[in-house]
Each structure stands twice: as structure tokens, then as C-alpha cells.
Design a protein around this ligand. Structure first.
Ligand code: 9D3
Length: 221
């Protein structure tokens, strides 16, 4: 899969190269292409934002640099073009899985008060938000989307992680322990230290259910 990110702040995406995504990229399983929108402005001072028509606070990203950048990276409109936007539908795990089945994604990050509506009307297929809280731009949401989509790309994760995940679908995770057996008077539950895997699975399922009932009863409905 190939993901192209269009942004005025390409440096922010260096955070991704040091993770599991960085490794998958090196191994050629996943291609992440970060593109600076400013490289496509036709303004002689490299301007990419301007005052809003009608007045109001803040600046608006201009349509021309965005349109030219999108047409340069996706000339035949082969990619699914997504604008990370507070007005978008909230990202869900179901949506993540559907996006991971796409061959190519283009992610547009807004900054300032937003993007000229004509860039959205002309070039964007879909708007996605990551939740109901206010950020300063679409860059962190784009990184969130890249991270969770990349987990489903063949060869990025060990397949077992995804299998375990589908087993425990819609449940919170059971408590985990590693060595030592005792830490500050708290010990690892006995059942996890014996080798009875049927008992261990049963204990984990019960704990997951108990935790979900207590902390996220909404997930059981
Ligand atoms: C406080 C300003 N808002 C009302 C006038 C509009 C607004 C514009 C731009 C609010 C946030 C932003 C920047 N955020 C994003 O671009 C964004 C975002 C978010 O803030 N929360 C959750 N998901 C997303 S996806 C993109």
C-alpha cells in the first residue's frame, strides 16, 4: 500500500519513521510519501494561506497549492483522497480495516482555520475526524490514520497480533504480567505461572469480560 500525505509541516512526520512503520517502509511493504504543499504554490513569496472572505479569525489554506499538489501526486485519481477534518466522520476500527484494503491513499492535512472549500469540493473524496476534541491541524490525525491502517498491511505486524485481536473483538484486554513474579508485594496470578493453557485462556476471557463490564459496558451492547 502507498500513502501520500500533503502538509505544510512535513517535519512533523519524522515521528513515524522511528516506529514499526519505519521498519515496514524499509522492507518495502508499505510506502509513505510526505509531500510539502508549499512546493506547489504559484505565489512568488511561497504563500499558501490567506485571510478569509467575509472576515473572521485566522487564515485559510489556499485552493491552488492544494489542487496542484493533489494533481501532481495522483494525476489519474487512482487514490482515495481523504481530508482530515473536524467535520469528518469519526474514525473507527471498521473504517481502518476498509481503508487498509485500498491500494493507495492521499491524506490532506489542514492547518490554521481550515481549507478553501473549493479544494475540498474539487479534489476530496471523503472527510475523516479522529474524535471530538480540538487540535491545531490535521497532521496528528494523519499520523494516527497511517499508524492504524499500516498495522493491517501484509507483513507490517506479525499475523498473530491481528488474530488475537479478532478473538477478543469488542472486549478490553486482560491484565498482563512479566517477570519478576513478585513486585512490591504484588504477585503474578498463579494460573498464569502454571502451563495449563486451557485454564489460562479461560482466566483471560473472564478477566476481559469483567473489565469490559466495569469500564466499558457500552462495548457489550
Ligand atoms: C476552534 C476552531 N474551530 C472553530 C472555528 C475550527 C477548527 C479548525 C481547524 C478546529 C480545529 C481545526 C484543526 N483540526 C483539524 O484539522 C483536525 C481535527 C481535530 O481538530 N480534531 C479531531 N480530528 C481532526 S482531523 C483534523
Amino acid at each position: 500500500m502507498k500513502i501520500t500525505v500533503l502538509t505544510l509541516f512535513p517535519e512533523m512526520f519524522s515521528a513515524l519513521s522511528s516506529s514499526i512503520i519505519g521498519r515496514a517502509t524499509k522492507e518495502g511493504k508499505f510506502q509513505l510519501n510526505i509531500v510539502d504543499i508549499r512546493a506547489y504554490t504559484e505565489d512568488k513569496h511561497l504563500k499558501c494561506d490567506d485571510y478569509p472572505f467575509g472576515g473572521g479569525a485566522g487564515m485559510v489554506m489556499m485552493a491552488q497549492p492544494i489542487g496542484s499538489a493533489i494533481e501532481a501526486v495522483d494525476p489519474g485519481h487512482g487514490a482515495r483522497r481523504i481530508y482530515l477534518s473536524p467535520k469528518g466522520k469519526t474514525l473507527t476500527q471498521e473504517k481502518v480495516i476498509r481503508l487498509s484494503e485500498e491500494e493507495e491513499l492521499v491524506l490532506l492535512c489542514g492547518h490554521y482555520e481550515g481549507v478553501d472549500q473549493r479544494a475540498i469540493d474539487l479534489f476530496i473524496d471523503e472527510e475523516i475526524s479522529i474524535g471530538d476534541y480540538v487540535l491545531t491541524g490535521g497532521e496528528l490525525p494523519a499520523m494516527v490514520l497511517v499508524d492504524c491502517v499500516a498495522r493491517y498491511v501484509e507483513g507490517v505486524l506479525a499475523p498473530s497480533s491481528l488474530v488475537d485481536e479478532s478473538f477478543s473483538e469488542n472486549l478490553l484486554e486482560y491484565p498482563q504480567y512479566t517477570r519478576p513474579v513478585e513486585y512490591r508485594g504484588l504477585t503474578v496470578p498463579e494460573v498464569l505461572r502454571g502451563g495449563n493453557h486451557a485454564e489460562i485462556d479461560k482466566w483471560r476471557r473472564e478477566k476481559a469480560l469483567e473489565l469490559t463490564r466495569k469500564l466499558r459496558p457500552d462495548l457489550l451492547k
